[in-house]
Design a protein around this ligand. Structure first.
Ligand SMILES: Nc1nc2c(ncn2[C@@H]2O[C@H](COP(=O)(O)OP(=O)(O)OP(=O)(O)O)[C@@H](O)[C@H]2O)c(=O)[nH]1
Length: 339
């Protein structure tokens, strides 16, 4: 998980978080200054003291947001403000005072700290708590005023959080998948290979299958590129149906696919290759005869880089093509092809 996907998604989220954090901390800072002055005038020393403390924390948050990298600054802000709000609620509870105006800060903080659904649960829970506290201390009209404003804010924040989650999922899907075949794309394949090579990866062995549509240029030439595109989509669908849900299928190149069988030996790869080859041959591609050739390469941890096994799968594929296509070849054939 690196490169374009993480950059674009994280940047979007970090920028949003940072901006909301800055606006919120400025708001809390100003609000607390005003509350500090008013409570001092009303001679409510403990509430004034609380307001000064909150103003100082909000001021420190503004400094942290400006000085630290956006991601760290945002996280520091939301965690600090969440802790501060819990402190304010505890203060209100302890002194038997309604602190319902603070409740309006909870929804944006929870939405930027948690996923949408747990945030909704937290927002509603706090809304019930603050409404009950208000009902105990103030006239019913105040409860209605508070609950309507707070409810509206919760609806807005939950909608925003859901939209943001959907946008992130879509962004992630489109940066991982190929638009024509809906398979995982080459970039994801390269990342998977890198992860596999990592010393901390738990996969002990794996088998690569490279699958290439036979005489695809002729299909394009005879039926046109649109039909060629449909054949690629159709072959991907057939392969996807044959594979387990947890076996990834990649579009490796133009008319070439790759399958990564984790914790499987070479024989399992050859058997799967044969099943996939037969399934494509048996499928109906609107009258176009389509077959695939398959090359299989095996890798064990300690054997060096997995890309060497991929190389062997590529040579086995070449051997399958040379042997007449529509067949599966393993590493023995790859060695023979080199010799
Ligand atoms: N329609 C379509 N054609 C593509 C796409 N990507 C690559 N191609 C074409 O696929 C063809 C691949 O041809 P070759 O690599 O010569 O191989 P082949 O004709 O399949 O022959 P063998 O692999 O030797 O069986 C080229 O003509 C590419 O232009 C695509 O996304 N859509």
């Amino acid at each position: 998980m690196s490169g374009l996907r993480r950059d674009s998604f994280s940047l979007l989220r970090e920028t949003m978080r940072w901006r909301v954090a800055l606006v919120l901390s400025a708001l809390i800072f100003v609000l607390c200054l005003v509350l500090g002055v008013l409570n001092t005038r009303l001679q409510l020393a403990d509430t004034a003291q609380l307001a000064w403390i909150c103003a100082a924390v909000a001021g420190a948050c503004i400094a942290a947001l400006v000085a630290l990298p956006r991601h760290t600054g945002g996280t520091v802000f939301f965690v600090t403000i969440a802790a501060l709000l819990v402190g304010v609620v505890a203060f209100g509870w302890w002194h038997g005072r309604g602190m319902q105006h603070w409740a309006y800060i909870f929804p944006p903080v929870l939405v930027f700290l948690l996923r949408a659904r747990p945030a909704l649960f937290g927002m509603l829970l706090y809304g019930v708590y603050a409404s009950t506290l208000t009902a105990l201390l103030l006239p019913a009209i105040e409860v209605v005023r508070f609950a309507s404003g707070y409810g509206l804010l919760v609806c807005f924040m939950f909608t925003y959080a859901l939209l943001q989650e959907r946008a992130a999922e879509m962004l992630s899907y489109h940066s991982d998948h190929d638009a024509l075949s809906n398979c995982l794309n080459r970039r994801t394949f390269n990342e998977t290979l890198e992860q596999l090579a990592g010393a901390r990866n738990l996969v002990k062995r794996c088998t690569f299958l490279l699958l290439d549509i036979d005489h695809f240029k002729a299909i394009n030439d005879q039926h046109g590129h649109l039909v060629g595109d449909r054949v690629i989509t159709g072959v991907a669908a057939v392969l996807g149906r044959e594979l387990d849900a947890d076996t990834p299928l990649f579009r490796y190149g133009g008319e070439e696919f790759a399958v990564l069988l984790a914790d499987a030996d070479a024989d399992a790869g050859l058997a799967l290759g044969e099943r996939l080859r037969a399934a494509v041959q048996a499928a109906d591609f609107h009258g176009v005869g389509v077959t695939i050739s398959v090359g299989v390469g095996h890798w064990r941890r300690g054997d060096g880089n997995p890309s060497a096994a991929l190389d062997r799968a590529d040579r086995a594929l070449y051997a399958a093509k040379r042997a007449g296509r529509n067949r599966v070849r393993g590493e023995d054939a790859a060695s023979a092809a080199v010799a």
